[in-house]
Design a protein around this ligand. Structure first.
Ligand code: PLP
Length: 428
């Protein structure tokens, strides 16, 4: 099992040196606990291994995985850029201190207002369609914006069909066969395209499809260079680097992965005379996924047709199990080393049958009052949470050297109601 489960001298789960149970006593549950050191270590592992093989290398953290400003500040301090997919993420990244030139905006099905926002923000605009290109050319002076195109390299991969973003079923990107024409069209419209991009999917633990995408994108880049005369400042292979969620999965061998990718990249640069552009990747999950734990308290043990442990979080707090059927390893935070003695369903508190964190999960004895720690809850976790069932969103805390700080307050009912408006005629 490639998970980092530490028990302290009290027999409780330790998260970055903090006692999980003491945290729940201080902050209540459900509670997202983020370990700052892990984020920094994950970032540095990727950065150092890739840049040791190719020194003009940049990471653009895919902030959709976790947009908390404190998390983004950590990555800003580490030297990351940002992959933003919406005006809201651009706004957040700018607020977190990232300069516009360190932000790539990869929208899809973008409106003119969104394009205008990106132009006014000064970020690099990664276009997803000819439609967006044409509309952008009418919104701004093409000489004033840096653009690239997202290419669909025909290959896709990911932990779930919803997370596969390349291939013939995907809504994303420009078809690779059309790439040279699209770049020529951009030049005819007065743009000077500077980059090329792809992102084939999320949660990839097998390097093979990623390598295939790199190879295809490099061949497309070579063609665009030759046929459309584009000089590339950057080539961006997107994110997708997976982390183990299931106990039998292993961590990506980043050293091997980076060596193979950069090797292929350099060979293709030579083959097509592409000079020395910046090599970029956009990991989200890999940077923050294993850096956070969701703590939730068991309030109900119920034996009906099946045995259930009912907890105070639900798919409003962590959607992945319900949305993708994703496995998240769960330990009892007040006895993380206890042996499994039963199979049990772990159910949330949302009024939906699909609100399950685990079905038939081998677990130790669980009692009301125990705290469960749902591991690997740092990516696509809080950022996908909702107020469904009129439940205020939960709290996030950051751990550094065993000390905790609140980085997002727990919402209250007023937050759920904040933007509602009842017409006066309905008040009578
Ligand atoms: N880049 C783009 C354009 C994406 O759409 C995504 C995720 O959907 C990512 C990067 C990050 O993916 P991951 O978190 O799997 O690394």
């Amino acid at each position: 099992m490639d998970f980092d489960i530490k028990t302290n001298e009290k027999g409780n789960l330790s998260i970055g040196g903090a006692d999980a149970i003491e945290l729940t006593e201080k902050y209540n549950t459900p509670l997202y606990v983020i370990d700052e050191t892990k984020i920094r270590d994950n970032y540095r592992r990727v950065y150092e291994s890739f840049s040791s093989h190719y020194n003009d290398f940049k990471i653009f953290y895919a902030c959709k995985a976790n947009t908390n400003l404190a998390v983004m500040r950590i990555l800003e301090q580490e030297g990351s850029g940002i992959d933003a997919v919406s005006p809201g993420e651009i706004y957040t990244a700018l607020l977190a201190g990232f300069e516009a030139e360190r932000i790539i905006y990869t929208g899809n099905n973008v409106t003119n207002e969104e394009l205008k926002f990106a132009v006014d923000s000064g970020v690099i605009i990664n276009l997803d369609s000819i439609s967006a290109l044409k509309r952008l050319s009418k919104l701004t002076d093409p000489k004033k914006v840096k653009i690239s195109f997202r290419i669909n390299p025909k290959v896709g991969a990911g932990h779930h069909e919803h997370c596969i973003t390349g291939g013939d079923l995907s809504k994303f990107g420009v078809m690779e066969e059309e790439a040279a024409d699209v770049y020529s069209m951009a030049k005819d419209l007065g743009f000077t395209p500077v980059g090329i991009h792809t992102h084939i999917g999320s949660g990839i633990l097998d390097p093979e499809p990623f390598m295939l995408a790199v190879e295809t994108l490099m061949d497309v880049t070579g063609r665009v260079h030759e046929e459309a005369g584009v000089k590339f400042e950057f080539i961006d292979f997107g994110g997708g680097l997976g982390i183990p969620y299931e106990t039998e999965e292993s961590k990506l061998d980043i050293e091997k992965f980076s060596k193979e990718i950069t090797g292929l990249f350099k060979d293709k640069l030579n083959e097509y005379n592409l000079g020395k552009p910046t090599m970029c990747i956009e990991p989200g999950r890999y940077i923050v996924g294993d850096a956070s734990v969701l703590l939730t308290k068991v309030n109900t043990i119920k034996q009906s047709y099946r045995k259930f442990a009912g907890v105070d979080a639900g798919f409003n707090t962590l959607l992945r199990p319900s949305m993708y059927g994703s496995y998240h390893h769960i330990v009892v935070a007040n006895k993380p080393e206890a042996e499994n003695t039963q199979k049990i369903d772990i159910a949330g508190n949302v009024c939906e049958s699909g609100d399950l964190f685990a079905r038939d999960r081998p677990m130790p004895e669980i009692n009301e009052g125990d705290t469960l720690a749902i591991l690997n809850a740092g990516a696509y976790a809080f950022s996908m949470s909702s107020q469904y069932n009129s439940r205020p969103k939960t709290m996030e805390i950051l751990i550094k050297d065993g000390e905790s700080e609140i980085i997002r307050e727990r919402e209250i009912f007023a937050d759920v109601l904040a933007k509602q408006n009842v017409p006066i005629r309905l008040l009578k």
